[in-house]
Ligand binder design. Structure first.
Ligand SMILES: C[S@@+](CC[C@H](N)C(=O)[O-])C[C@H]1O[C@@H](n2cnc3c(N)ncnc32)[C@H](O)[C@@H]1O
Length: 356
C-alpha cells in the first residue's frame, strides 16, 4: 500500500509513538491490496492474456490476476519484493518476476519475449513492508537510517539532506512535499548539518516537527510532507511515473487496459493530465472544420477517479487517499513523452535553481 498525505503513517503516527513510549512493540500492519475489486473490474483480465504488474509489492494484484486465469509479468525495483515474487513464480508457471523499474516496462516486456501486452497496472508508492521496516528509512515513526531508496542504488535521503544547497532543499520540500514551511525547514536542516550529519529518520522527524509545529487542525504528523518530498526525490518517483505511463502506451496492444492507483495529488495530477491529453479527440467546428491533432491513444474506462468505498476506507486507513484511473489503448501510434507539458518538476530542475 502506498501512503500519501493523510495515510495511516500520518494519522496514526502519534498513536504509534505513544505505544512505543509505553514500551509495547510497534507491530507491522498486514499488507492489504487497495481497490482490488475496482482494479479487477476495470482490468478485466482474461485467461491467456498477459498483464504487466509494474509494482509487484506483496503480490496482491498479481495473485488476483493469476486467479482470473491470465499470465503476469511482474516488475518491482525493490530486491526484497523481487525475492517474494520469485518464490511465488517457482510455484506458478504463469508468473514471470523481473527486477527493474516500471518506467522501462516496455523494455522489460520485450526482454521477456512479449512485444505487446493486454494490460498494465501500476500501484504507485511505498509498500507497507517498506514502511514497516525501520532499516529502510522511510518512516518518521520508526527510527532507522535515513535511506528511503526503494532499489538500493543512487544517493540516499541522508545524502540529499547532507549535500543539497539550502535553496534546492527548500524547493524539493516545497514542490514534492507541498510543505508551506519549506524555507524554514531547509534552514533548520542546514543549521543542524553544520553541527553534525543527520543520519537517522527519528532525528530528522524531530527537527522538522520543531520547525513546522502542529496546528489544531492538522490531521497529519508535521514530518509527513518533508518525508514525502525526500522519498519522491530519492526515487525520482514523479519522473518515473511519467515514464511508466509512456512505456505503457508503447507496450499496450489496441484494446489493452492501463490502470494506475495513486495516493497523493502530485501523482494523480500527472495521471489525470496524461490521460486527458492522450484521450482528447481533436474537434472541428463549422468555422474551423479541420483542426489537426494527433489521434487519441487512449479512451477512458473510468470517467472520474475511482475512490475506495466507505467500508474499505474504514477497514484500511491506508486506502483513504487512493485514486484509480483507467483507460483503454486505441490503435493510434504512441507519442513522445513531454515531461514539461505534464508539469513534472525533475530533481535536476529543482536543484539547478528551482521552478516555483
Ligand atoms: C504500493 S506497493 C504495490 C502493492 C501491490 N499492488 C500489492 O497488491 O501487493 C508499490 C511497490 O512498487 C514498487 N515500486 C515503486 N516504484 C517503482 C518503480 N518505479 N518501478 C518498479 N517498482 C516500483 C515498490 O518497491 C513497491 O514494492
Amino acid at each position: 500500500m502506498a501512503l500519501g498525505l493523510g495515510g495511516v503513517e500520518g494519522v496514526a503516527g502519534h498513536v504509534a509513538r505513544r505505544i512505543r513510549a509505553s514500551g509495547a512493540p510497534v507491530t507491522a500492519e498486514p499488507h492489504v491490496p487497495v481497490l482490488l475489486d475496482e482494479v479487477l473490474a476495470a482490468l478485466d483480465p482474461r485467461p491467456g492474456e498477459l498483464i504487466v504488474d509494474g509494482t509487484f509489492g506483496a503480490g496482491g494484484y498479481t495473485r488476483a490476476i493469476l486467479s482470473a486465469g491470465a499470465r503476469v509479468l511482474a516488475v518491482d525495483r525493490d530486491p526484497a519484493a523481487v525475492e517474494r515474487g520469485r518464490a511465488l513464480a517457482r510455484a506458478e508457471p504463469r508468473l514471470t518476476m523481473m527486477e527493474g523499474r516500471f518506467g522501462a516496462l516496455d523494455a522489460h516486456a520485450a526482454e521477456a519475449g512479449h512485444a505487446r501486452v493486454d494490460g498494465v497496472v501500476l500501484d504507485i508508492g511505498v509498500s507497507s513492508m517498506q514502511l514497516d521496516e525501520a532499516e529502510r528509512g522511510f518512516s518518521f515513526r520508526r527510527d532507522g537510517p535515513l535511506d528511503m531508496r526503494m532499489g538500493g542504488e543512487g544517493p540516499s535521503a541522508a545524502d540529499l539532506v547532507a549535500t543539497l544547497p539550502e535553496a534546492a532543499l527548500a524547493d524539493v520540500i516545497f514542490r514534492y512535499g507541498e510543505e508551506r514551511h519549506s524555507r524554514r525547514t531547509a534552514a533548520a536542516i542546514v543549521r543542524r548539518r553544520a553541527e553534525r550529519p543527520i543520519t537517522r529518520t527519528g532525528e530528522l522527524a524531530e527537527l522538522v516537527a520543531s520547525v513546522v509545529g502542529r496546528s489544531w487542525k492538522d490531521r497529519i504528523d508535521p514530518a509527513t510532507r518533508t518525508f514525502q518530498a525526500l522519498r519522491i526525490a530519492v526515487n525520482r518517483e514523479l519522473e518515473e511515473l511519467a515514464h511508466g505511463l509512456a512505456a505503457a502506451e508503447r507496450a499496450l496492444k489496441p484494446g489493452g487496459r492501463l490502470l494506475v492507483v495513486t495516493f497523493h495529488s502530485l501523482e494523480d495530477r500527472i495521471v489525470k493530465q496524461f490521460l486527458a491529453e492522450r484521450s482528447r479527440v481533436a474537434q472541428g467546428s463549422r468555422h474551423a472544420p479541420a483542426v489537426a491533432g494527433a489521434p487519441p491513444t487512449f479512451a477512458p474506462i473510468t470517467r472520474k477517479a475511482v475512490q475506495p468505498s466507505e467500508a474499505e476506507a474504514e477497514a484500511n486507513p491506508r486506502a483513504r487517499s487512493a485514486k484509480l484511473r483507467a483507460a483503454r489503448r486505441t490503435d493510434a501510434p504512441a507519442r513522445q513523452l513531454d515531461l514539461r507539458g505534464l508539469g513534472v518538476p525533475t530533481l535536476e530542475e529543482l536543484t539547478r535553481g528551482g521552478r516555483r
